[in-house]
Design a protein around this ligand. Structure first.
Ligand SMILES: Nc1ncnc2c1ncn2[C@@H]1O[C@H](COP(=O)(O)OP(=O)(O)OP(=O)(O)O)[C@@H](O)[C@H]1O
Length: 515
């Protein structure tokens, strides 16, 4: 029988922040070792950062800690005592909680409703006056507030992430795992949220382990850092003693960092033209309207905008996932509706957001997914079905060239880490003749060396004469890569500027609709 509360020893755990430690944590998937004898200690009230390249094993470690995976070997100590965590409910009962990069809230419900329904013991009939009184008292003790009566869909991203953290505190969690918690936040929002988390650690209300790819956040908020590479712990220490270069060196080992690709001057003919195009937005109530947009060969046009201003819908129209209600789209002077035949004939490629969902068949293998564009054509351009061995050979070459980390070329693509799915899709989309490349948030969730590599590949495609339409919520990325910058606000192109004249503050104003 399990000991009470899955913890060895009869004494209750101490109040406030929990000390959590993994000892020799190992996780094997078949013959592949995703995590190899990893020991990490997070003392009570400290903020620990977990760094590592895509596929290094960060998510696997935290999934073992939270009971989503049963580790092949290793132990967990909570409050210095051995803990048995068979599933996430055990982890929750012991005070461990997790906050993800994407929100887990119900958008149509209010803040108060979201909090109350998140409890395991929510009664069927809720006594709202009682719950509201309890919530108001809970909020009194919180270092930051979120308005209880506001529907979640009206909250800005930063407020939603604050609510995710409040929810964990409301549920009594005292050790929080934050998995890239600032990916969808602006830098200001990220600072506000992490500032609050830091303060909660300093008050010994919680301890934190945060997965991140952002060195700046590690230096500004964490006490200690652990670095994983290929499933092994390769570095550990106090953040005070480590520079960004030290951390980068631990992450990539002996691999040489990439030198950014120089930008060649390549003026070219018009490749993409959109005129008078309208489409419904995701809610179906409003519409997006693009009066006139063109992208020429050898040019990167970056579209900046706060998420939810129609960029995603524009991308969906261009990739055939959403119907336009009026207007026209032309590629190289020909009408374009994004059918497979048209995209092949006109050499149009795309890398959508959330590639596992939107650009992959999760249960098919990595090589099969890489072959999607080309399984029915040979290198000579003649149209016949390729032999399995040829598909395999090409797939393996691309896996190596794009450094896709996978247990095997035959592993289902859904088993890859997020960053490696992105690399595999880029390997497919950037191979062969590409005249128009449509990319959406191409570096979301990627580690720093992958970001440099992917950006270099996009610039190289541009230098080779490809027209690139880049949509990104990362303004730094838009500024770094684009030749021309457009801002989308409320479904329209609100501003256009050549990269040489672009000013961050002006672009920011237009993004916020304050022009
Ligand atoms: N369920 C699974 N089956 C097989 N292999 C898996 C499974 N889950 C993870 N892996 C493999 O384990 C390795 C580590 O993956 P993990 O998701 O832990 O990486 P990560 O460090 O979180 O990467 P990222 O920064 O890209 O999210 C990867 O090579 C991945 O392919």
């Amino acid at each position: 029988m399990k000991p009470p509360l899955n913890i060895v020893g009869a004494e209750p755990l101490p109040q406030g922040a929990l000390a959590v430690e993994t000892l020799g944590m190992t996780m094997r998937f078949g013959n592949f070792t995703a995590l190899d004898n990893v020991s990490v200690k997070v003392p009570a009230g400290t903020f620990h950062a977990l760094l590592g390249e895509n596929g290094a094993g960060k998510s696997t470690l935290v999934k073992c800690m939270m009971g989503f995976y049963h580790a092949t070997a290793g132990q967990m100590l909570i409050g210095g005592r051995e803990a048995v965590i068979d599933d996430p409910r055990d982890a929750h009962a012991l005070g461990l909680g997790m906050v993800y990069q994407h929100f887990t809230l119900v958008p149509s419900l209010t803040v108060a409703e979201n909090l109350v329904i998140s409890r395991d013991d929510t009664p069927r009939i809720i006594d709202w006056p009682r719950e509201r009184k309890a919530l108001a008292e809970f909020m009194e003790y919180m270092p930051f507030r979120v308005p209880l009566d506001q529907p979640v869909m009206r909250l800005a991203a930063g407020e939603k992430q604050k609510l995710e953290i409040l929810k964990q505190l409301y549920l009594g969690r005292r050790f929080l795992i934050l998995d890239e918690p600032t990916s969808v936040l602006t830098p200001d929002e990220a600072d506000e949220v992490l500032g609050h988390v830091r303060a909660l650690c300093s008050k010994r209300a919680i301890s934190v382990m945060m997965i991140t790819h952002k060195f700046r956040e590690v230096t500004a908020y964490a006490d200690d850092v652990s670095v994983l590479r290929r499933g092994k712990l390769v570095g550990q220490g106090s953040v005070r003693d480590l520079s960004h270069n030290d951390m980068a060196a631990m992450m990539i080992g002996t691999e040489k960092p990439l030198v950014p690709t120089a930008r060649a001057r390549v003026a070219g003919a018009e490749v993409l033209r959109i005129r008078g195009m309208t489409a419904r937005d995701r809610s179906g109530l409003k519409e997006i309207a693009i009066d006139d947009l063109k992208v020429c060969a050898g040019e990167i046009v970056g579209i900046a905008g706060i998420s939810g201003n129609g960029q995603m819908e524009l991308m969906e129209v261009l990739t055939g996932q959403r119907a336009a209600t009026a207007g026209m789209v032309e590629v190289k002077g020909q009408p374009y509706h994004a059918t497979r035949e048209e995209s092949q004939a006109l050499a149009v490629r795309s890398v959508p957001e959330e590639p596992l969902k939107n650009a992959c068949a999760g249960r098919l293998s990595v090589v099969e997914n890489i072959a999607f564009r080309s399984f029915d054509r040979s290198e000579t351009g003649r149209s016949f079905w390729l032999r399995g061995s040829e598909i395999h050979k090409r797939g393996v070459e691309l896996i190596t060239a794009f450094k896709v980390r996978t247990a095997s070329p035959e592993a289902p693509i859904a088993s890859l880490s997020g960053g490696n799915v992105q690399r595999a899709v880029l390997a497919r989309e950037l191979t062969g003749k590409v005249d128009l490349l449509l990319v959406s948030n191409p570096c979301f969730g990627l580690d720093f060396s992958a970001v440099a590599e992917i950006r270099a590949r996009i610039v190289a495609a541009r230098n080779a004469g490809c027209a690139v339409l880049l949509m990104s919520e990362d303004l730094d990325e838009v500024m770094e890569l684009s030749d021309r910058i457009l801002v989308m606000s409320e479904g329209r192109i609100a501003y256009e500027v050549a990269a040489e004249q672009a000013e961050l503050a002006t672009i920011g104003h237009h993004m916020g609709g304050h022009a």
